[in-house]
Design a protein around this ligand. Structure first.
Ligand code: ZN
Length: 424
């Protein structure tokens, strides 16, 4: 039986077929979101996998058919040693009928050193690697002194924050690693918040009254909500440009902080003046900003824009920020995550990567968003570190190289072991 961590790491190489099979097993559970509400079977599999490896498992419905799983492996000396959360999402990006997959999105294929299937890169690969690491530790009879918490969450692809639900339920640790696709980089992230801006008239006017509200002598104080929304969109563009000029963050191209007018809805019928217009925006911000802060900046700027317009001044726009699901209430929040390169968790992860792979570790920022921000939001130091790259995430024939999966599993095994043996 391997009794040192180095021997255990060699086991990953020797037993890589088992690791690949575990990933194939996870891919076979069809857990696309949307439509979501389809993760129960996969989560039952993960719950029993964790139980088999010594964890006490907590499983609860976030939505019917979409339960979270959190397993706790109590350390032998938890009061003296560091605790760790390993977090991943079990849902995968949606697939459509007409996509030309090698075999079908949920029928994994291993060919030419890659595993093809929905979720291979985002992020069942990271889940399989971390689960396999847990299994190897258990089989070797290694009992960590620090607590280990494994979270398999739902809803990430549709802005349903399974991870936030874990935080709300009280799960916390000295460090969290989100095993989402980062191509083995150690990453922080910017954030995203969606919002609705609504312009609404208190009165509804017939189409034939337009002339009296826009021409001299008409004496009707009224406006089209659609036309007034144009002012607001211009205001958003001005602010977006101002942000691009004034704000920056290392690792991001200037102007990555954008305000996207994504969806517009308005008017009721061609026989009326539009009395309501709603704009759905997506705001990207930097790791050192919060969603509360950027939402406030937008509101303040747009209030000034409205104050400079005679009609909007009397009929100010309304703002609704965020939401807890893109499919239930058309809104989402991904808080940002700033990674402190000097944090002992990041340092240990870096050393594990460099020691195992004999390659420098890259600490940078993700060009996308993950659940990592919820840890930042909860005050839990965290980093994203997973296999798979973003070219593959959400793509047809999504794939992950077996080599990278094996490398990843070795590093995460070493890291879980080292961090669990780090004194508080
Ligand atoms: Zn992901």
């Amino acid at each position: 039986m391997p009794n040192t961590i180095d021997e255990l790491i060699k086991q990953v190489e020797a037993r890589q077929d088992e690791l690949v099979q575990l990933l194939e097993r996870l891919i076979r559970f069809p857990t696309p979101a949307p439509p979501a509400r389809n993760t129960d079977e996969a989560q039952r599999f993960i719950a029993s996998f964790l139980q088999d490896n010594g964890f006490t498992v907590d499983k609860w419905d976030v939505y019917p058919g979409d339960p979270n799983v959190a397993g706790v492996l109590k350390g032998s000396h938890p009061e003296h040693y560091k605790s760790l959360i390993v977090n991943g999402h079990i849902d995968v990006a949606e697939v459509s009928e007409d996509e030309a997959w090698e075999q079908g999105p949920f029928t994994p294929v291993v060919t030419d050193g890659v595993i093809i299937g929905r979720g291979a890169a985002d992020m069942k690969g990271g889940m399989a690697g971390a689960l396999f690491a847990v299994q190897l530790l258990h089989e070797a009879g290694i009992h960590l002194p620090g607590d280990l918490i494994f979270q398999s969450v739902i809803g990430e692809e549709v802005g349903e924050a399974g991870t936030l639900e874990c935080c709300k339920r009280g799960y916390t640790a000295d460090f969290a690693v989100v095993v989402d696709s980062s191509d083995l980089h150690i990453q922080g992230q910017g954030g995203v918040i969606t919002g609705w801006i609504t312009v609404k008239s208190s009165q509804t006017h017939h189409d034939a009254t337009r002339k009296s509200m826009i021409h001299a002598g008409g004496k009707r104080f009224a406006a089209s909500a659609i036309e007034k929304m144009m002012r607001i969109i211009q205001g958003l563009q001005e602010l977006e440009r101002h942000w691009a000029v004034m704000k920056s963050y290392p690792g991001y191209e200037p102007g990555t902080n954008t305000i996207n007018p994504a969806v517009i809805e308005g008017g009721r019928h061609a026989a009326f003046i539009a009395d309501e217009c709603r704009l759905w925006i997506t705001v990207h911000f930097y790791p050192n900003e919060t969603y509360e802060q950027v939402a406030q900046e937008i509101e303040e700027h747009i209030r000034q824009v409205a104050a400079a317009d005679v009609w909007l001044r009397e009929n100010p726009p309304r703002f609704e920020w965020g939401g807890s699901s893109m499919i239930e209430d058309r809104g989402e929040i991904f808080p940002s995550l700033e990674v402190d390169p000097d944090h002992p968790g990041v340092q240990t992860l870096k050393r594990s990567h460099e020691g195992v792979l004999r390659m420098p570790a890259v600490v940078d920022v993700s060009p996308t968003v993950t659940d990592g921000g919820w840890f930042g939001h909860a005050g839990i130091p965290a980093a994203i570190y997973g296999p798979g790259d973003l070219h593959n995430a959400h793509s047809v024939n999504e794939q992950l190289s077996v080599r990278q999966l094996v490398d990843y599993t070795k590093v995460i095994l070493k890291f879980i072991y080292e961090w669990g043996h780090t004194k508080k």
